[in-house]
Design a protein around this ligand. Structure first.
Ligand code: PDD
Length: 284
């Protein structure tokens, strides 16, 4: 099936959407992105993704050609044009096309692209088994708080994890876990506290993370926002990741060692359900 994608104000068949070879997203990874989950044709956590997009653009001095209301309309329209029931919307905005130069060009028009990916996000078989993760050094740049398309290292980390027989990588820097290749890392300690790294430039400020912490606190779970070590994670009662498309997904093995009893944790599954119920009720 050919999707209809959005490119700089036009709706095009995916095979007809083309961008310049001089686009700075292509030449310099001078671009940022957002991924918004869709269930029942509705957008999940849109306000959070929109706010983070504005922040990423401000950090890099990229000016969006559309207002926030127009962007929301494009999100709604792309769902309708593609009959998307469940999956995600990918948005990318680059600084635009200009002759190759390390200095940011002036008066360049950003390139804005949106496309959809249909995917079963609610009924994920990995919820029943959990995923396995391999610990891999974090060799990304130092501004991970900006959601740039510089995803080569996360890709390499994921491949390294796969070569070790794991589903995903947990990245480690200076003796502490930063995050997963494309998700936030969390553990639940044996005394029942949710531990997740505090916000800084070392990690992406996950939209799902923020909501899950809120939901956990409301459910009476203690929350500690601090870095944890790989050892602490291996000895935790439970572990999980959060992201726009995984919601809350159990991690049952770290570097080949079972977490807790090696089955998806009860608190983790409860948080997943509470998160899904809450976000579906507030989808727009
Ligand atoms: N990734 N950390 C990293 C490095 C990420 O790439 C992501 C999301 C997250 C979770 O953020 P959120 O809860 O806002 O989705 C954390 C997206 C889904 C992706 O790259 O496809």
């Amino acid at each position: 099936m050919t999707r209809t994608v959005y490119l700089n104000g036009s709706w095009l068949a995916e095979t007809d959407a083309k961008i310049s070879v001089f686009d700075r997203g292509f030449l310099f990874a001078d671009a940022i992105y957002e991924v918004t989950g869709v269930v029942d044709g509705k957008l999940l956590e849109y306000a959070g993704h929109s706010a983070r997009l504005q922040r990423s653009m401000a950090e890099l001095g990229i000016n969006c050609p559309l207002t926030e209301e127009e962007l929301l309309s494009v999100h709604r329209e792309i769902v309708l044009k593609n009959g998307l029931q469940e999956g995600l919307i990918y948005l990318q905005i680059s600084r635009g096309a200009a002759d190759r130069d390390f200095a940011f060009p002036e008066n360049v028009t950003p390139t804005l692209v949106l496309f959809t990916q249909a995917k079963s996000v609610l009924d994920n078989p990995k919820v029943r088994t959990g995923i396995s993760v391999a610990l891999v050094p974090d060799q990304r740049w130092a501004r991970r708080d900006i959601k740039t398309v510089q995803l080569l290292y996360p890709s390499m980390a994921k491949m390294q994890a796969a070569s070790m027989g794991a589903d995903d990588a947990w990245l480690v820097e200076d003796g502490f876990v930063t995050e997963a290749s494309a998700a936030t890392a969390h553990i639940i300690s044996k005394d029942g506290k949710l531990i997740t790294r505090g916000l800084s430039n070392a990690i992406l400020h996950g939209i799902t993370r923020l909501s899950v912490l809120d939901i956990a606190r409301n459910a009476g779970l203690g929350v500690e926002e601090r870095a944890f070590t790989p050892e602490e994670a291996k000895n935790a009662a439970e572990a999980f990741i959060t992201s726009a498309t995984n919601f809350v997904l159990p991690v049952t093995k770290i570097d080949g060692q079972p977490v807790g009893d090696g089955k998806p944790g009860l608190q983790t599954l409860k948080l997943r359900q509470l998160y899904i119920d809450n976000k579906l009720a507030n989808a727009i």
